[in-house]
Every structure is written in structure tokens, then in C-alpha cells.
Write a protein that binds this ligand. Structure first.
Ligand SMILES: Cc1cc2nc3c(=O)[nH]c(=O)nc-3n(C[C@H](O)[C@H](O)[C@H](O)COP(=O)(O)O)c2cc1C
Length: 731
């Protein structure tokens, strides 16, 4: 079963039920306050759970000789009915232990009655009940398909509750809250469905009656009711109601309706005259009512209210996700048969279409016949000369939904003429199998006789516009087709809501050296080290992103000055006191782990920037170790004072610096290899290793970690990545 079937089912079920589901959830939230409001009334005896019938019934009958019935409601309020000494009707809430009258039963609140009718039947009687029943069933199916989607997304049931990678607000919280409220929602849906089935007689309830053989009724030995064994055994909390004998005649008896059975008791001898257990259907109906309404437990009523509110959030976030996906789809001007340039897209959440669309638009506007389609629409393209595959990777390095049949289609439909191809993989280093599916696709193409490789496979991490632009520039040169796909074209947001003023900046003596720049937000800003600062140096679509260190409340960047570097030259040229408009994007997967005992930070070059902030920022000192690589002492000098201070303050437990062009000429990997026992100890104690810097450093370090994790812990690095114990933010 592919993810798509479940996704489409999940969506179709949600679309078909969202109106009634919204109504049922809103009314459900309101109704969950009913048990809460009832339970706060002072009619429940404090010792309710300790009282048995032998303590209560004789006393009540003595005090109220005309008593005919006692009932215990869902709030455990005890109500008696009958007539008083003056022959007037008696209806009161009493303390079952003393017989003291606590109050008179109040009629149900008109407001709650009205909302209940709306919730149960939409004021449409049986027709309304039918629709509400169907809605409850659809909710059950939505919960089941949602569970399967989460299992697929998390790559297995065992990893159901492991970390979720945050893509965007709606998607992240749809899954996070979905996992948390799954059980209450399934209970709401299941009990709602059951109650509807019972209501429409689709669950049969066998007739039952407590047969009494009147010939067998004895009138001795005479016992006082407080000596009746059965009364002593039955506690008040098991009772739904008690019917008292009508007269003192032995043929009149007590009828005890308990939670699971009905018992009749001889009023003279205390002997059990008959006992009948309720059929399972009755018990299930009662249980369903308790669970669906929260009538017996105020805490459960609160859980139901929160779960119902979550259903409303799922409706909102689910539609937001779907609309976003659809908005990213591309419209074609040319047909597949007439197009020379074919762009095949493998996408789960739609963002890859944005990149494909940028290329498509450029090709079409420069007069080329180009066609974009999903990978699963692959077929023979008679006029194709170029094929571009842009694909994301999902699950265990798997194909996205719309590429599940691609391999078969590729084998089945060879192109009639040579076609130059290029594969672009979209993925994220937060996942263990970075762009794995794109690599598979590249290999598949390489095996096709008609396919002529044009470029090496290119990967794009976390939808990086810059990385994509590099590929586009390269492809454009090789294909000899002018393309101007700047980062801005595929960057959806260009807004710069945050004003930052430069408060300090170091100087460099040569190009290719790094400098530190510190900027103060004009207004209170919610950000943390590891977040990304987006700047627009040329005040156009071109965006540059920098990893941020939060020092005090300031944004601190560590930037290498490149000759003609758009971002670095711009930042270096800023004067003290100058203000720029920028934007800070949350980068939650690279925030300092709050609960780790030990954190090992690994960086090279300016990758140290977020770590400087994280070390400085810790509220409670974590055991932090920094391994960093630089060219020489001079390039490290920029950070030395701050780090020495952190060592003295004990915010940093140890510092290890590798110089690649000086002394022992080491790389950071060499220092880590030296301390492999320590690193393995950190991982096995649930500590965290964080990497920031160049991708080549990342590759070297990950290869080393893979080797030593296998050797010492018999696990792969991906095991620790998936548990958020290895975090990376490299570029
Ligand atoms: C549930 C989930 C699983 C993912 N698994 C991987 C993976 O195994 N390897 C990888 O490189 N990227 C993985 N990614 C990242 C996506 O491939 C990447 O964000 C891509 O740009 C999304 O493109 P799309 O929006 O077109 O689907 C995953 C993303 C999500 C949400």
C-alpha cells in the first residue's frame, strides 16, 4: 500500500466530513463543560466510595419511610424519591451516610440541552442522528488513515514518537498534535459510532428480565437489613438505582440495578431472589456514554475538550497543507509530445514544483517548448532532447508519492532518440539517507541506452535557493540555454521585518579572512543561536543566509570576506550605527538541545558562529565541548578571547583546536579520531553531537563517526541522527 492511497483517503474523508466535524467538535467542546459544571456542585458525599448498601439503605428507609427509589447519577449524587411523612412527594439529594438533605435536583440547563440536541441530531431527529453517526465513523477512518500516515512518515511503528522534523507550522503541528491526541480522538469516534449503531438498532440488545419464583419466597429467618450479606457486599459506587419494596409483604422485594447486573433481594431474609448480568451490548453502551461524554470524570471531560479543539486545528492545518501543495503545481503551455525540454518532478509536499516551475518559466519565456510533469507520468516523449529530473526523497530514502511507479515506467518506455539528462536531488541533511532516491534515479538513467549524462547529479539541501541556482547556472552553460534562475526566483518570502543596527565589527587584514559582526535588534526579537539571518545585500531577490549566534540579545555573525562576495562584502561595508532590514528564520532542527547531559560541538571556519552563541546562552550549564578547525592561529585569534572566557566561566568544559596549515597540520577529524572513546561515551549516554561548517568537513566527520559508531556501539550514525543525537547544519 503506498503512502498516496492513505493520503488521498485521509484527505477525501476529511473533505467529506469537515462541515459536520467542525460542528460536532465545537458543540463537543461546549458539552465537555457540562460534567465539569455539574461536578462542582456540593452534592457528593466525601466518603461516597467507602459506603455500602448495608450502611445506607436501612438508614434512609428509616428516615424516609415513604422512600420508593434511590438513584445514583454520573456525578455520584444520591437522589431519593417517594413521599414524606405528610404524604407529599419527596424528591431530594441526600447524604447517603447520614440521610441529611443536601438539596433539590435541578432541571438540566436549557443551554446544554440545546447544544446536546444540536450535537446529537442537528435538530433533525433521526435524520440528523444518522448524519452525525456517519461523521463519527468518518472521524474514526480519518484517525486510522492518519495513524498509518504517521507510521509511514516516521518509518515504523517503533519510531512513532520520535522527533518530527519541522518543515512548516501547519505540517509540524498537524503531526505532533495528531500523535498526542490520537487515542482520545479514536475513543471519541469509536464510542460515537457505537452509540449511533445502538440507537439505530444495528447492535442488538437481547431482552433480559429477572425472573422470580414467588413460591420460593421465604419469610424467615428474619434479618435486619443492615445484616444482609448482599447489602454489605455492594458498595454505593456500583449502584445505578435501588427500588425499595412497595410494602412490608415478603412478596415485595428490593431491586438493585448495579453497573453490571440486576439483583432482587428478599426484604425479610436478605436472600438473593434473582440475579441477571446485563448483556454485553448494554455494558458497552454505558461505557461508550461515559467515555463519549466525560460524564463520570471531570479530568476526562477536559481531555475530550482538548481533543475536540485539536480536531478543529487538524481541519485548519490539513487544508492549509493541501492548499499549499496544490498551489505549487505547474501549468503547461506546450504538450508532452511537442516539448523538447521535459522536467520530471518527484515531490511529496509540493515544494520541488516551485523549483521546477522556475526553470520551466525561464525556458518557455526564452522560446523553448518545455513541459513539466510528475515522475509517475513518465512516458515516451517523441521530441525530447533534454530531460531534467528534480526529486525529493522520503521515508527510508524512498521515492516520493508521485514517483512510486517511475522505475517501472522508465524501463517500459525507452525514448526513441538520445536525450541528455540531469538529476537534481532535493533532500535534507536532517535525514539519514540524504537524497538517496535522487541517486537511485541517476543510476537508473545511467543504465538507459538512450540517456546521455549531461551533469553530475546535484543535491539541494533544505530547499536551498543558492544550491539550486548553482545547478541552474551549470546546466544553462552545458545546455547552452540562457537561464537566469537566481536564488530569489525560488525564494518565496522576501520580506524583511526585522531592523538590526550594527554595534560592533572586527576588521580583516586580508580577503578570505573572517570577521565578527554584531547587530542589535531594534525591537524585542524571539530568536536563538542556530537560527538563520536572511539579508538582501543588493536590495533585490538575492538572499544570503547566515547562521546566527545569540550573544546577550544581539545577533552575532561570523563571516568570511570573499572577494566580490555579495553578502560578505555588504556586511563588511556596513558602518557602526547603520541599520539594515533583514529577517530571522527559525531553524529548529539546529537549536541547542535542552535536555542533553553533554553536548559536543564540531565546526570548521565560520561554522563556529552558532556555537559561540549557544555556549554563551546556556541558562543551566551543560557539559559542553568544542572541537573546531581553522587554518592557523591567526584565524582562530578572532574567537580566542570569548572562548577563554567561556572556559574560565565553566560554560565550556573543553576546547580542542586543529590548525590545518600550521604546527601538526591537523583537521578537526583528527582530533575527533583521537577522542573516539569520549565521543562514543557521549552518544551512549544520550549526549548530542552538533556539526556546523563546510559540507566537506561534514562528510569527513560523518564518515569517521560511522566507522567508530559501528566499531564501538554496533549502530549507524543514522540511528543517532534519527534520535536527534547528531545534529548538522552545514553548507
Ligand atoms: C517525512 C519526511 C521524510 C523525509 N525523508 C528524507 C530522506 O530520507 N532523505 C532526504 O534527503 N530528505 C528527506 N526529507 C526532506 C525532503 O526530501 C525535502 O524537504 C524536500 O525538499 C521536500 O520536497 P517536496 O516538498 O517537493 O516534497 C524528508 C522530509 C519529510 C517531511
Amino acid at each position: 500500500m503506498t503512502i498516496s492511497i492513505w493520503r488521498y483517503s485521509h484527505l477525501a474523508l476529511a473533505v467529506s466530513s469537515f462541515l459536520l466535524l467542525t460542528l460536532a467538535s465545537v458543540t463537543g467542546i461546549v458539552l465537555s463543560f457540562q460534567p465539569i459544571s455539574e461536578k462542582i456542585q456540593p452534592y457528593r458525599s466525601d466518603r461516597f466510595n467507602e459506603i455500602n448498601l448495608a450502611q445506607s439503605l436501612p438508614l434512609l428507609r428509616k428516615q424516609y419511610p415513604g422512600i420508593s427509589e434511590l438513584t445514583v447519577d454520573a456525578n455520584q449524587f444520591v437522589q431519593i424519591k417517594g413521599s414524606d411523612a405528610d404524604g407529599k412527594n419527596l424528591l431530594a439529594l441526600v447524604d447517603p451516610e447520614t440521610g441529611r438533605i443536601l438539596g433539590t435536583p435541578q432541571p438540566k440547563s436549557g443551554f446544554f440541552e440545546w447544544v446536546t440536541a444540536l450535537h446529537r441530531s442537528l435538530f433533525l431527529h433521526e435524520t440528523g442522528r444518522f448524519f452525525i453517526g456517519i461523521t463519527a465513523f468518518l472521524l474514526l477512518m480519518i484517525a486510522v488513515s492518519g495513524t498509518i500516515l504517521i507510521i509511514q512518515r516516521q518509518r515504523g511503528l517503533k519510531r512513532f514518537f520520535t522527533r518530527i522534523v519541522r518543515n512548516n507550522f501547519a505540517q509540524y503541528y498537524h503531526v505532533v498534535l495528531g500523535r498526542l491526541s490520537l487515542i482520545p480522538i479514536i475513543i471519541i469516534a469509536l464510542t460515537g459510532t457505537y452509540l449511533s449503531l445502538a440507537r439505530f438498532g444495528l447492535i442488538s440488545t437481547p431482552e433480559f428480565s429477572n425472573e422470580i419464583d414467588f413460591n420460593e419466597i421465604k419469610s424467615e429467618p428474619v434479618k435486619s437489613p443492615d445484616q444482609f450479606d448482599v447489602f454489605r457486599r455492594v458498595s454505593l459506587s456500583e449502584v445505578q438505582s435501588v427500588e425499595f419494596p412497595f410494602s412490608e409483604d415478603p412478596e415485595d422485594y428490593y431491586t438493585l440495578k448495579l453497573s453490571d447486573r440486576e439483583i432482587t433481594v428478599n426484604q425479610i431474609t436478605g436472600e438473593i431472589l434473582g440475579e441477571v448480568k446485563y448483556p454485553a451490548a448494554v455494558l458497552l453502551t454505558n461505557l461508550s456514554l461515559d467515555l463519549h461524554t466525560g460524564r463520570t470524570n471531570a479530568a476526562w471531560a477536559v481531555v475530550l475538550a482538548v481533543a475536540s479543539a485539536n480536531i478543529l486545528f487538524f481541519i485548519y492545518s490539513g487544508f492549509t497543507i493541501t492548499l499549499k501543495r496544490r498551489a505549487n503545481r505547474v501549468k503547461n503551455k506546450y504538450t508532452a509530445d511537442e516539448s523538447e525540454f521535459i522536467i520530471l518532478v518527484g515531490s511529496e509536499n509540493g515544494s520541488t514544483f516551485r523549483f521546477a516551475s522556475a526553470i520551466h518559466e525561464q525556458l518557455v519565456s526564452s522560446g523553448k517548448a518545455a513541459y513539466v510533469t510528475e515522475m509517475d507520468n513518465y512516458t515516451a516523449f517523441p521530441k525530447a532532447t533534454h530531460m531534467i529530473v528534480m526529486t525529493a526523497t522520503y521515508g527510508l530514502g524512498n521515492a516520493p508519492t508521485n514517483a512510486s511507479r517511475f522505475e517501472t515506467l522508465l524501463e517500459r518506455n525507452p525514448q526513441p532518440q538520445p536525450v541528455r539528462f540531469s538529476v537534481v536531488g532535493f533532500g535534507s541533511h536532517s535525514y539519514p539517507d540524504f537524497c538517496k532516491y535522487a541517486f537511485e534515479v541517476d543510476n537508473l538513467f545511467a543504465k538507459q541506452q538512450w540517456a546521455v549524462p549531461m551533469l553530475e547529479i546535484h543535491t539541494v539541501n533544505d530547499k536551498s535557493p543558492d544550491e539550486f541556482s548553482h545547478w541552474a547556472a551549470n546546466w544553462s552553460q552545458h545546455a547552452d540555454v540562457p537561464l537566469i534562475v537566481s536564488a530569489g526566483l525560488v525564494t518565496p518570502r522576501l520580506h524583511r521585518p526585522h531592523a538590526l543596527t550594527v554595534i560592533s565589527k572586527t576588521t580583516v587584514s586580508n580577503a578570505e579572512e573572517a570577521f565578527l559582526i554584531r547587530m542589535r535588534p531594534e525591537k524585542q526579537l524571539d530568536f536563538t543561536s542556530g537560527d538563520l539571518l536572511a539579508i538582501y545585500p543588493a536590495d533585490d531577490h538575492r538572499e544570503r543566509l547566515y547562521s546566527v549566534g545569540k550573544v546577550g540579545n544581539d545577533v552575532q555573525l561570523s563571516v568570511k570576506l570573499h572577494v566580490n562576495g555579495l553578502g560578505s562584502e555588504y556586511l563588511y561595508g556596513l558602518q557602526l550605527g547603520e541599520t539594515i532590514d533583514a529577517r530571522i528564520d527559525s531553524n529548529a532542527h539546529f537549536h541547542f538541545p535542552e535536555n542533553a547531559g553533554t553536548v559536543v560541538m564540531i565546526s570548521n571556519g565560520t561554522g563556529i558562529a552558532p556555537f559561540l552563541g549557544m555556549i554563551d546562552q546556556q541558562p543551566v550549564y551543560t557539559d559542553c565541548h568544542l572541537y573546531c578547525g581553522f587554518r592557523n592561529e591567526a584565524s582562530f585569534a578572532l574567537y580566542k578571547n570569548a572562548l577563554d572566557r567561556n572556559l574560565a566561566d565553566k560554560k565550556l568544559s573543553s576546547l580542542h583546536v586543529a590548525f590545518s596549515r600550521e604546527g601538526e597540520k591537523q583537521y578537526v577529524r583528527d582530533l575527533l579520531a583521537r577522542d573516539e572513546a569520549f565521543l562514543m561515551d557521549v552518544l551512549s549516554r544520550e549526549g548530542v553531537i552538533m556539526l556546523c561548517g563546510s559540507l566537506s568537513m561534514q562528510n569527513n566527520v560523518v564518515a569517521l563517526l560511522e566507522e567508530i559508531c559501528q566499531k564501538h556501539l554496533e549502530k549507524s550514525v543514522s540511528y543517532f541522527q534519527s534520535r536527534s543525537q547528531v545534529l548538522m547544519d552545514c553548507y
